[in-house]
Design a protein. Sequence first.
Length: 280
Amino acid sequence: MPELPEIETICQGIIPHIVDKKIKTVIIRQSQLRWPVTEDLARLLSQQTIKSVYRRGKYLLLQTAHTVDHPVGHLLIHLGMSGNLRILPATTQINKHDHVDIIFEDGSCLRYHDPRRFGCILWTTDNPDQHPLLVNLGVEPLMASFNASYLAQRAAGKSIAVKNWIMNSQLVVGIGNIYANEALFLAKIHPLQPVKTLNFDDCQRLVTAIQQVLQQAILLGGTTLRDFTDSQGKAGYFQQELAVYHCQGEVCKRCQTGIIQRLMINQRASFFCPVCQPHP
DNA sequence: AAAAGGACCTGGTGGC
DNA sequence: TGCCACCAGGTCCTTT
């Protein structure tokens, strides 16, 4: 389900509902996610307060504390391919795949739902930036450190296809299959182009395109292909803006000439306009 | 070292 | 209707 814009949407959506709230208990109905959910989360989190919520790549981090001045830990949440978080009254009917509830003293609940169970919920009392899952993450695409110079420098000598390259979270975080396709279309770069053949202008256009597509998607509340919703259960509207993703066979919205093509690259469906994005 | 492939899961869809 | 193959928003681990 979720790439950076969807995670950001959920992050902003849950902040007003959980920050400064005290946790009453945690219910784990299914602990077997990508990694086992910490068994005694209820004991560890009971009576703690959520002090802040932020996003790093596709991870959500919930900082908890007994008091304002003494942070004691972070909950790392990843939604995998099919995960979602909802804010609900704790009494709301449980559905299939509702694996974890974080229940607050005021009767509200942060409910984790994930049919495929590729996501995770992990607890750490260490510096989360040094956590094995976060420590090797690359730059945030909407920050200044993500720029043409950075890309050009990292591209040198590499033969990897540009689409796979920008989906590598050790280079830049948050770009999944939808936005990789859309950004390459905007930048007019063929998804199979080897990155060592990108010139500085290509890198500049790629940076601009990635930022533009992510920002626009955040503005529209993310992309709902099948089942993505925000923390209130509302669908996103960016799917209406998709220019190439799942558009194979359609006439290109930009040049009105090319027919959008689909091909598999590293087992992921890829879409492009053969006129706007000529093969290198 | 870099790049590609496999694995982990469930559910939806379309063909026969 | 049933069965089956294939596809899906991610990413770690293994193999080449």
